[in-house]
Design a protein around this ligand. Structure first.
Ligand SMILES: [Zn+2]
Length: 245
């Protein structure tokens, strides 16, 4: 294949553009900002779960407190009734003893229930503090996630800008190559990653293999418009004054 040496040299510009587009693509896939967002999302989810668990415990304790309070009220009402009967003075001696006995039992029961209620309320208070703490932690994690998202979006915006500029350069460059040369370049680029590179100091700029003496003398003897793919990697070796021929 033959191509004007100036056109061949322009392949280096295209290779530069493609190299940067490749870096942009690689950066998109591997940018640490993505991992950071994923990590912070996990943290937000964990903190959200913790808060939900706390809120569930709190609701359970609220129900227990209400039930306990009702029970205390019921015992008190029973005591009030017994006291009223005792004050009434109309009950017989046997009933009087029974009532006094029941009242004593009820008072003990009330005292136990009130102790339990106090304990429940202390537990509830502790859980309520946990829930508040979980809420603060969640808010912090959400803020970290928003921050990580902003950093990711900034990097993506930079990459978009670079890509758009390089895409435009590519669109301008591509029509300046003869079709068969471009097809060769694209085929090698697709298979090996680099379609053309400068031959510098006797090394292929794509695979960095140093050419042996016979290859060098063959290249040195080739016409300037001869297209020379590297025997190792297939990249078009573009010759300039730096090629060391
Ligand atoms: Zn090579």
């Amino acid at each position: 294949m033959k191509a004007d040496p100036a056109v061949q040299r322009r392949l280096l510009e295209l290779a530069d553009v493609d190299a940067e587009l490749g870096r942009v693509e690689h950066r998109r896939r591997t940018m640490p900002e993505l991992a950071e967002v994923a990590e912070t999302e996990k943290s937000v989810q964990a903190k959200r779960d913790a808060r939900v668990a706390g809120e569930t415990s709190l609701a359970d304790l609220d129900r227990e407190v209400k039930r306990q309070e009702k029970e205390v009220d019921a015992v008190r009402a029973r005591e009030d009734r017994d006291r009223a009967l005792l004050a009434d003075g109309t009950v017989g001696a046997k009933q009087l003893t029974d009532l006094e006995h029941e009242l004593a039992t009820l008072q003990r029961r009330q005292s136990t229930l009130e102790d339990e209620l106090l304990e429940l309320m202390e537990r509830r208070e502790a859980v309520e503090l946990d829930v508040q703490h979980a809420g603060v932690e969640l808010a912090k994690a959400e803020e970290a996630l928003a921050e990580a998202g902003r950093r990711r979006d900034e990097v993506l915006a930079d990459l978009d800008t670079t890509q758009a500029r390089r895409d435009a350069e590519r669109t301008t460059l591509v029509p300046s190559f003869p079709e068969p040369l471009l097809a060769l370049y694209e085929r090698v680029r697709k298979n090996k990653g680099i379609g053309a590179a400068l031959l510098r100091s006797r090394r292929c700029g794509a695979c960095r293999i140093e050419l042996d003496r016979s290859a060098i003398s063959r290249i040195a003897g080739a016409a300037a418009d001869e297209v020379l793919p590297c025997e190792e990697c297939g990249a078009i070796m573009v010759r300039t004054g730096e090629s060391g021929l």
